[in-house]
Design a binder for this molecule. Structure first.
Ligand SMILES: N[C@@H](CCC(=O)N[C@@H](CS)C(=O)NCC(=O)O)C(=O)O
Length: 220
């Protein structure tokens, strides 16, 4: 049995949860918070969530996990059959993660966890996000999904746009996704018509309430 470990507020966790649901892979969830890292560093060497337990052993890094799930459960593919189209899907994912979400993540400490981030970090992140989001806008086809038909790239894009929108609104009083990827709003509405997307979002709301009730100091 596949066990998805982590907590349902994490965009990387929810990326994989949506993949598992869309691919109809049976799985269980195990609630693990990042500050419990000493207990799971043999599964995830940097102490990050999510990680996956499989009958063969554990895997960390959500993209490595996504690729494993796609290879191990090919029945409902989340990448196009055409090799070039597959590469374009992965290209979008890479830009979303390295040039957008990973940059916005530097702001989370202040906007989500009550800490503070230096002005220098905010300016640098703003510059890099402007470039990263513009690159995504150039690559995305929104026809109707981010890379054509529904794909793995959508499981990534929605979750990361959601976080980047919230972070940039809080830090710069501007939704940088809306500004630089103007079609993202309609695209996210389309994603929200998908039943599995809706159930991930409903579970996220419950996970957020449970996390807040813990009242722990966690800086992301
Ligand atoms: N590149 C990683 C990113 C995962 C990640 O940053 N997870 C966050 C939660 S959303 C985390 O575990 N943070 C705790 C930490 O960095 O110590 C992946 O794709 O799995």
């Amino acid at each position: 049995m596949i066990v998805l470990c982590g907590f349902g507020v994490s965009n990387y966790y929810n990326k994989l949860k949506l993949v598992l649901l869309e691919k109809a892979i049976p799985f269980e969830e195990r609630l693990v918070y990042p500050w419990q890292r000493e207990a799971f560093q043999t599964s995830s060497p940097l102490g990050k969530i999510p990680y996956l337990e499989t009958e063969h052993g554990d895997i960390s890094e959500s993209q490595a996990i996504l690729e494993y799930l796609e290879d191990a459960y090919p029945q409902t593919p989340l990448y196009p059959a055409d090799l070039f189209a597959r590469a374009k899907c992965r290209e979008v994912i890479q830009h979303l993660e390295f040039n957008a979400e990973w940059v916005a993540r530097r702001l989370y400490k202040e906007c989500f966890f009550g800490g503070s981030v230096s002005q220098e970090t905010k300016s640098e992140a703003h510059e890099r996000l402007t470039a990263g989001l513009a690159a995504i806008a150039r690559l995305a086809t929104f026809s109707p999904y981010i890379a054509g038909d529904f794909s793995a790239a959508d499981c990534v894009a929605y979750m990361h746009f959601f976080m980047i929108k919230a972070a940039t609104k809080a830090i710069y009083t501007e939704d940088m996704v809306e500004r630089h990827v103007p079609d993202a709003g309609a695209y996210m509405q389309l994603m929200e018509t998908r039943p599995h997307m809706r159930s991930v979002l409903a579970d996220r709301a419950k996970a957020l309430a449970a996390f807040r009730a813990l009242n722990v100091r966690y800086e992301g």
